[in-house]
Design a protein around this ligand. Structure first.
Ligand code: SF4
Ligand code: SF4
Length: 221
């Protein structure tokens, strides 16, 4: 199991979910339908134009997508959004790196990206490093309708930190049902879906975290 690719279906059972937050998708100022449309467009163009045996097709794809996406508004100008993030399966439910070595057979294929393969392969976000990662992976997959929601939860280390403080990092299993209901409620209220990336920077504002905490208290009382 890995937080990046959950071994579990979405809440409505429409396919497996996965995370792509560290590849910068949520730095683009789009809504859920627009994220999905962008991912579909990337995937279609990638499938039509890239041949792993013809290596120059990978940088050519990147150049083409960067040009097409340059007018999209970024929330943080310093955060890159990588066009190699797309759909990995034919049902378009799982998102991930379209030039991952598992797909290309080339251990260095991510060198065609902005970050390069050592960063892409070596990066582990805070939630992935968390001792309770298995608990969070399962529960995030269970409460998410799709990979967009799953990604936004998986990247959200400020929220995980808060929940572990409230429930106790060693007591999560005991409060599983409560945490599950709470996460669904927070998603429905749109409160947990605004951390831009999984990076160390805490993009969730103090106000939005406090809003979550107030909602948690309301639900617990
Ligand atoms: S944000 Fe974390 S869980 Fe998501 S893809 Fe990156 S490393 Fe994996
Ligand atoms: S090349 Fe790196 S940044 Fe781009 S999608 Fe793949 S893992 Fe993410």
């Amino acid at each position: 199991m890995s937080l990046c690719q959950a071994n579990q279906n979405s809440r409505d059972n429409k396919g497996q979910v996965s995370c792509g937050s560290c590849c910068g998708l949520f730095n683009l100022d789009l809504n859920t339908q627009e994220y999905k449309k962008l991912l579909r467009e990337r995937t279609d163009e990638f499938n039509e134009s890239v041949d792993f045996q013809v290596t120059h097709t990978m940088p050519a794809y990147r150049q083409s997508r960067e040009k097409k996406e340059e007018s999209l508004i970024k929330k943080d100008e310093t955060t890159y959004n990588c066009p190699f993030l797309g759909y990995l399966d034919s049902h378009q439910s799982r998102i991930g790196c379209m030039i991952h070595p598992v797909r290309t057979g080339n251990p260095k294929s991510q060198n065609f990206s902005f970050y390069g393969s050592s960063i892409c392969l070596g990066y582990e976000c805070r939630n992935k490093e968390n001792a309770n990662v298995d608990f969070w992976e399962k529960i995030f997959a269970e409460v998410s309708k799709d990979s967009i929601e799953y990604s936004q939860l998986s990247a959200n280390h400020p929220l995980v930190r808060r929940l572990e403080t409230i429930y106790g990092e060693n007591n999560l299993t005991k409060h599983r049902e409560e945490i599950r209901d709470l996460l669904i409620e927070l998603i429905q209220r749109g409160l947990v879906l605004n951390n831009l990336t999984s990076f160390e920077v805490d993009y969730m504002t103090k106000e939005s975290i406090e809003e979550c905490v107030i909602a948690i208290r309301e639900l617990k009382s």
